[in-house]
Design a protein around this ligand. Structure first.
Ligand code: KIV
Ligand code: ZN
Length: 399
């Protein structure tokens, strides 16, 4: 049955809400904090990318964070993203988040509390019944301040199942419209995620009225796989960040989830509103703002994501790109794939590269140049265009 949501109206059961937390959880990674102007630039790019919800910050954390959330909330009309502020259970936190999102055409308060035995005992020093009361009081207060309220069970995947069901039931009763179960420490495997969401959807009264959300951290490198498992188990909001930035090993990467959903629509037939050709430029903007490049082999946005060096692969790609590319580079914002010349490259790519540079050598000259290219490639990691010009000019003079 379709869900009616205060910010999105009646939702198509196959529509995934993309909740970006680059500006909140992403910003929590060491060295990644952004000032107001930088957050505003990122917020604009995220809106152009087509995210549905943007978690803009944690308003109680600092005056700067409050002002950033407020400025971002002012920026967008009702056709833009929902702007969300994070709050713990304390009344002061929730009031501050409500004030920060007040100017938003569509705003959300996201309130959370830890529910795992370890966090309740060691961090909160509370009994489960006390935590349950906090769930009710915090969601009730948030709901009196805004119609769109998300509640999260921090460390949800290490929470005792019956207690998790009771907390979720309390949050729904108090008026939460989205229920998020974070894998806060990146401990879960996809089977855990499937089991938890299936259980909640089957057992908790009122579950059919809310949107379930997944928020997976990447400590074991499983954040994206866990997010896909969550979608298969009925979750319709996914929380993620650009370039997968976030606490410790990061959050699930937006670009990887979105491209997995697009490339494997046959396996997971759901829809989302992300304009994938904007992915690369959003990733680059974040790298420029934070000063942290993504690693070369990062899926989708890394420098090598669409680069081919080995002769066998280059030969295949020259014949038909789909031999070694499962999505087009253009679909995520690259102008094209690249054939990088190195010691593994073959004659076909070498000839093709020379041709693209305006050199057409006869067979003998090509053989000679190719041999000298291989000698050079053994000495250098990558052979650049300038090296080829020198190599071929020499060949032309010698011919
Ligand atoms: O990882 C986490 O548990 C969080 C919550 C605050 C949602 O980021
Ligand atoms: Zn998190």
């Amino acid at each position: 049955m379709p869900i009616t949501h205060p910010s999105f109206g009646t939702l198509d059961p196959d529509r995934i809400i993309v909740f970006d937390t680059t500006l909140r959880d992403g910003e929590q990674s060491p060295g990644f904090s952004m000032n107001l102007e930088e957050k505003l630039r990122m917020a604009e790019a995220l809106a152009e990318l087509g995210v549905d919800v943007m978690e803009a910050g944690f308003p109680i954390a600092s005056v700067g964070d409050f002002e950033s959330v407020q400025a971002i909330a002012q920026k967008f009309s009702k056709d833009g993203p929902v702007v969300c502020g994070l709050a713990r259970t304390a009344a002061g936190d929730i009031a501050r988040a409500a004030e920060a999102i007040k100017p938003a055409a569509r705003g959300r308060i996201h309130t959370f509390v830890s529910t795992s035995p370890l966090h309740m005992r060691v961090k909160l020093r509370m009994e489960p019944e006390q935590v349950l009361e906090l769930v009710t009081s915090s969601v009730t207060m948030a709901r009196n301040l805004t119609a769109d309220v998300e509640w999260s069970a921090e460390d949800g995947t290490r929470t005792e199942p019956d207690f998790l069901c009771r907390c979720v039931e309390a949050a729904i009763k108090a008026g939460a419209t989205t229920i998020n179960v974070p894998d806060t420490v990146g401990y879960a495997v996809p089977e855990d995620i499937s089991r938890i969401f299936t259980m909640l959807r089957e057992r908790v009264p009122g579950a059919e009225r809310v949107i379930f959300s997944a928020h997976n951290h990447n400590d074991l490198g499983l954040a994206v796989a866990n997010t896909l498992a969550a979608i298969r188990a009925g979750v319709r909001q996914i929380e993620c960040t650009i370039n997968g930035i976030g606490e410790r090993a990061g959050n699930a990467s937006l670009e990887e989830i979105v491209m997995a959903l697009r490339t494997r629509h046959d396996a997971i037939p759901v829809e989302n509103g992300v304009k994938t050709p904007n992915i690369l430029r959003t990733s680059r903007l974040l790298a420029t703002i934070t000063g942290f490049d993504v690693q070369p082999n990062k899926a989708i946005v890394g420098r090598n994501a669409f680069a081919h060096e080995s002769g066998i692969h280059q030969d295949g790609v020259l014949k038909d790109k789909s031999t070694y590319e499962i999505m087009t580079p253009e679909s995520v914002g690259w102008s094209t794939s690249s054939l990088v010349l190195g010691k593994h490259s073959g004659r076909a790519a070498f000839r093709d590269k020379l041709k693209s540079m305006g050199y057409e050598l006869g067979d003998n000259a090509l053989n000679d140049a190719f041999k000298r290219f291989k000698d050079l490639a053994d000495r250098k990691k990558v052979v650049y265009d300038e090296d080829l010009v020198a190599l071929v000019d020499d060949e032309v003079v010698r011919a």
